[in-house]
Design a protein around this ligand. Sequence first.
Ligand code: SF4
Length: 233
Amino acid sequence: MAEPRADLIEVFSSYQGEGLFLGAKQIFIRFADCNLNCTFCDTPKDAVKKDLSVDEVLEEVMRIEAASGIHHSFSITGGEPLLHADFLEQLLPRLKNERSKIYLETNGTLPEELRRIIAYVDIIAMDIKLPSSTNMRPLWKKHIEFLEIAGKKRVFIKVVVTGDTVKEDILKARDIVESFDKGMLFILQPASPTENGDFTAKREKIFNYYELSGERLKNVRIVPQVHKFLGIK
Ligand code: SF4
């Protein structure tokens, strides 16, 4: 059987700029392509893709480890990495080792693909996409299906707050998370300016959404994208 291949953007060493592992040194394995089209997306659409095999990705990982030492974890990211579930099924068991955890960053809309690889994942950074933030149709049902599977592992939620985000969407996301686990980490991520426009929200709005989320959830944080302050990718 032919070895699976996938389109990747890059494999690189950096520091996590979002979420629970903020500041941790990770090897990022960044896949190309996404099934969504969020208004605030900062992933360059014209990034050059590399068609790589599992062996070639592992060789790149070994080269990075040799050059930059031990990393806290592997970040499987994109785009949307679960579009490459066939590839991940082969890569993740070979990548996983005792030292480094597998951290999956996902838009939380491909539950069947998650089911196929969840055994190899240690922690899931899951987006809940708010229609008023993304300017897309609601994805609540997909997010609920996804959380039913993701909840078998350690999972936390990120919602991006833009100038267009409405209160009703925050309440809906909050209520979904509460229905699973009111102690689950719920991160409000203020949108950063992108090349496509400035979608940033006023501070008062973000603080108000924090209070509303905290009425039902026990673990709410406001965490901006720190890598942008540090000038790293
Ligand atoms: S899910 Fe992420 S990568 Fe995909 S369009 Fe939205 S922000 Fe961009």
